[in-house]
Design a protein around this ligand. Structure first.
Ligand SMILES: Cc1cc2nc3c(=O)[nH]c(=O)nc-3n(C[C@H](O)[C@H](O)[C@H](O)COP(=O)(O)OP(=O)(O)OC[C@H]3O[C@@H](n4cnc5c(N)ncnc54)[C@H](O)[C@@H]3O)c2cc1C
Length: 522
């Protein structure tokens, strides 16, 4: 088997699968090696209680481009969406919930001025995010030592900003590095609208609304519009079914996928990657090795720092990847009822974010390796749309909860876990009285569990924080941002590479295209 493959991809996360499928389409013989028993990385479905299944990591499909779905023919390979273009309900303890659907915001007492301001804000941020999205589908351009492709990329970026027109161009330069707290408070008077916008900027990060860069992370989230996703979608069967369709698409193109095949080491000879050694000791060779693992696991864990320059090691050690998002899964005997919420809205994306100040306070605790007694969360009840995940009449609630620091002071002991779960349940009770009595089983996954289950260092959503100093030509580290790693023949195709995380597939797609271009290391 060893001699038959041109490329070995380490990891069958969604990016590894997209990369493999793209290489195979161009005629490369590709072998994917996955440590877990299931493909998909942090986009998997699994049972957490008898009869109840859930998307155990990512739970909403927000960014994967429609174009890539067609290109990979995922529908032909089994992808079905149980729901699409979900609205977002920002839940309020007093029942005066705010609902956003694309450019429309509504809710009791929302002023016409704020409604219009939100529509304008939505249109403006969509235009700014579209420029970012354009850059997401290409390798990030080098500023020095660039070639025509990089220059074209830079030109396109500049041209994109130019075509915004004078007013928007000035505005994007003004707000680009601002914090979302300041932008939200200057844009809206309604506190619910301010915190709803702020929540989308901090989800999946370790930042609070007052952190510089959070307008950038908001725009990052808004790139979804440019990919044809005007609201989150739920794959039928959970995210694992989405990944299964990806794996089927890759297999149909001739990719070999081996599950339960953990890679212990990337073999390096004279500065060139030559293959891998599995946990079992088996050795496999290929001229090109691609890693879907995060950058630190790849370069420290699989390659070993002894193969790298001190400068590279310092930069890899400097990547900020402190996981802050936990998952809570609840098996429910019946649908809960949310005070003041129309029952027809119970299947939407829900956000329990508190005020701008409350979100900041929840983050503040994490700075000191604590969690706040009032965590903030995003959740959905996928079984409203997809009965395959629970027994008839029963339901599953899937929540992403912040801020749960990976390095909690004293560790995530059973007592700490119980206290955190109780804090989340208290928040849910505040908007859905009686929900606790419906819970027949629960599962809490804190960042160390996510690290263990998905192999992502620090349990970090993006394999490295999304902030200006870790984006574009700085991702994962300067001088190695075009997927080729500092070892010839070794490439990085996961969320730690440009453009970053979320189930988006572009890191894998761009990486494959760079390998096919035959640049350094191919
Ligand atoms: C709690 C949480 C909630 C999230 N919610 C959402 C959401 O709702 N929507 C969204 O779009 N995104 C969400 N994300 C982010 C999203 O899940 C990730 O950004 C995405 O999964 C990254 O994909 P990837 O393919 O790059 O890497 P991963 O999904 O991390 O996959 C990497 C794969 O490589 C394998 N691997 C690693 N090392 C080895 C080795 N040595 N040998 C063999 N295999 C190896 C791993 O087992 C894994 O399968 C969430 C993330 C978390 C943690």
């Amino acid at each position: 088997m060893t001699e038959q493959h041109d490329v070995i991809v380490i990891g069958a996360g969604h990016n590894g699968l997209v990369c493999a499928a793209t290489l195979a389409k161009a005629g490369r013989k590709v072998l994917v090696l996955e440590r877990a028993a299931q493909a998909g990385g942090a986009a998997r479905t699994r049972a957490f209680a008898p009869g109840f299944s859930v998307s155990s990591g990512a739970h909403l499909l927000t960014h994967f481009p429609e174009e890539l779905i067609s290109e990979l023919q995922l529908q032909r390979h089994g992808l079905r969406l149980a729901a699409r273009e979900l609205a977002t309900v920002s839940l309020q303890a007093d029942g005066r919930h705010l609902i956003t659907e694309g450019p429309h915001a509504s809710g009791p007492g929302l002023s016409a001025e704020d409604e219009q301001a939100f529509a304008r804000f939505h249109a403006d941020t969509a235009a700014y995010a579209a420029i970012l999205a354009g850059a997401f589908g290409r390798r990030p351009p080098r500023l020095v030592d660039n070639d025509w492709h990089d220059r074209f990329g830079l030109l396109k970026l500049g041209w994109g900003i130019r075509t915004l027109g004078r007013d928007r161009m000035r505005e994007v330069l003004r707000i680009g590095l601002m914090n979302i707290h300041d932008l939200a408070t200057e844009s809206f008077t309604d506190a619910r609208l301010q915190s709803a916008v702020a929540f989308d900027a901090i989800l999946g990060t370790g930042m609070g609304p007052r952190a510089p860069n959070t307008v950038m992370s908001y725009l990052y989230r808004r790139t979804a519009d440019a990919f044809g996703r005007r609201g989150p979608a739920l794959p039928a069967g959970g995210m694992g079914a989405f990944s299964a369709a990806l794996a089927a698409a890759a297999s149909a193109r001739g990719v070999d996928i081996r599950l339960n095949a953990g890679v212990r080491t990337i073999r390096v000879e004279d500065g060139q990657a030559t293959g891998v050694v599995l946990d079992t000791g088996e050795t496999l060779s290929a001229a090109t090795v691609v890693s879907n693992a995060d950058p630190r696991s790849t370069l420290q864990g699989l390659v070993g720092y002894r193969e790298l320059d001190a400068g590279v090691v310092r930069r890899v050690e400097g990547i900020r990847m402190r996981g802050m998002a936990a998952k809570l899964h609840l098996a429910l005997d019946a649908l809960p009822s949310f005070t003041g919420l129309d029952a027809a809205r119970i299947g939407e994306r829900m956000v329990l974010g508190s005020s701008l100040h409350g979100i900041e306070e929840a983050m503040n605790a994490s700075k000191y390796r604590q969690f706040s007694p009032e965590p903030v969360l995003e959740f959905c009840i996928p079984t409203v749309h997809d009965s395959s995940l629970a027994p008839a009449g029963k339901h599953v609630l899937s929540a992403v909860v912040q801020y749960a620091p990976v390095d909690l002071d004293g560790g995530w002991t059973p007592t700490a876990r119980a206290a955190f779960e109780a804090a989340v349940m208290a928040r849910l009770e505040s908007v859905a009285p009686g929900i606790s009595a419906l819970v027949s089983a629960s599962e809490l996954l804190v960042p160390p569990d996510l690290e263990q289950e998905f192999g992502m260092r620090g349990g970090h959503w993006h394999h490295g924080e999304i902030s200006v100093d870790q984006l574009l030509m700085m991702r994962p580290i300067v001088l190695h941002a075009q997927y080729a790693m500092p070892v010839d023949g070794l490439w990085l195709c996961g969320a730690g590479a440009h453009p970053g995380g979320g189930v988006m597939g572009l890191a894998g797609h761009n990486c494959a295209r760079e390998i096919l271009r035959g640049r350094k290391g191919a």
